[in-house]
Design a protein around this ligand. Sequence first.
Ligand code: ADP
Ligand code: MG
Length: 240
Amino acid sequence: MIVIKDMNKWYGDFHVLKDINLTVKKGERIVVCGPSGSGKSTMIRCINRLEQFQRGSLTVNDVEMIDDVKNIEAIRREVGMVFQHFNLFPHLSILDNLTLGPIWVQKKSKEEAEAIAMKYLERVKIPDQAHKFPGHLSGGQQQRVAIARSLCMAPEIILFDEPTSALDPEMIKEVLDVMVELAEEGMTMICVTHEMGFAKKVADRVIFMDGGEIVEQNTPHEFFDHPETDRLQLFLSQIL
Ligand code: ADP
Ligand code: MG
């Protein structure tokens, strides 16, 4: 579904992504971890073109990325994204946040978009919040809305960028539970997270990034029990 070949990116002189190679198959669940500043967000933002890269190639569902608006729109349709800070529109109700994309991008009718929105709000277990505004919801509820919003666009893959790291501890589980359900239903996903319990439970593969490189990748069992590089051993000793 996603093929990244020799992706390189610089911010000015700073080489932020170095020869990234990554293939994600349909239905695969990938967890990405690594120290702060290692390039995890930059890599996944390159996948849905929130950032540009200077060298290498990216193919999503057999569509090769080129710098063309139509092409970027095509990728955005297939790739959903959930951010650390939810990024809901504060002045719109939950329902309006969810129907915005389906109405304006997918040209669905208001009625159809609202039916889809309610279906996914039920799926993330907060249909009763539909008419409230984001500021009236807890962080965990807002993040579940953000996941529902992504699902409303029927993406082929969802990218998560540290979806629980801005949440109070008691809200982390309600968001992870939704993510586990999605994973078990076969959604293709790339999750940047340090929730190692989640990684062990659902990941097909765990990737360790450091200094802009993919240093190591393996099945969760091998990754956690037999880390090969000193860098990963050090990282795991710090977070576990
Ligand atoms: P991570 O998500 O792993 O914490 P990021 O991908 O956010 O790392 O950032 C990787 C590196 O790139 C960091 O050193 C960060 O300071 C730098 N960086 C991120 N965004 C920008 C930007 N817009 N301009 C310049 N440097 C940036
Ligand atoms: Mg980040």
